[in-house]
Design a binder for this molecule. Sequence first.
Ligand code: ZN
Length: 349
Amino acid sequence: MFALRVPAEYGGQGRDAVSTGIALEELARADLSVCYPVLNAALISGVLAANGTAEQLARWLPPIARGEAVRAALVESGTGLSAERTRRALEAHGIGPHDLAWIVVTHVHLDHAGGAGELARRFPSATVVVHPRGARHLADPERLTASARAVHGDLMDTVYGPMTPVEPQRIRAVEDGEEIDLGDRRLRVVHTPGHAPHHLVVRDDSTGVLFAGDAAGVRVDGMTSARPACPPPHFDRDATVAGMRRMAELKPNRLLLTHFGDPGDPAAFLDDAEQRLRRWCSVAERLAAGDEAELEAELLRRFAADESMPADDPERFAVMGGFASNAVGLRQWARSRTGREEVGTDALR
Ligand SMILES: [Zn+2]
């Protein structure tokens, strides 16, 4: 469809403006957002073909006709088991096998990056973007999946599925502040360790949307507040708080949480998330000497009621954001602090 107004000698269909307009109307009737990139390609290639130099035409018209000048990005791969469903959803949005330029994972927990290899296989033109500390786990997931199996047990087969390696030449490890090129706009990468040391967020500077991963907590529709996300083995309170403040400084118009969606006013949400995290952490510090079950029970007693979790939805968090896994991560964090104070070791981090 991108080839409508590109002359035939540059690989296009060479249609006139009227038949292109009819095609665009039909597309828009089916799906307005799919029509939009096609409309842009038609306008640009029409103007270019009429006014460009021979050199410009040869440089730009063939990739427009092939659809390669439009670059789409997907933030989060989902799990290995969800990759095929994601592919179908992208296809329904008009994004075919060669239309996806980037797969960005906010961190390498399996619900975010587990499907990166499977998706990379289905979208052979895509490069996988990841924090430098997560890159080796995408190329060689064995250690990551072994430790995940130790935590999640049989859920590895029923929920997460296998993690296919990503070919190393298709992985781009991005530093803080780097940009991802989408052709007409850019995504800015911001490192936000804390939830995990390999966590980053991305901001679309053209819309002000910030993809927050798990850096600000998790919630489902209907919850009045987000739940802190403090999983083992590397949760760190101070880094998480610093990440939340960096996100606030980016002044997003809109936050999008991987679990799940838009929580409303970003500044108010981030402020509330920080206060809530601090309260959870102080409970963990107080009970650091006890066991995980005791901490989990206390977290539930203190905080479950003010989340207003919808009654029909509690198990949605049981796997990756439950009170039990938070208790494990928080207790490890609290004890590592005590350990550092006593013997000055950093071994648990
Ligand atoms: Zn996570």
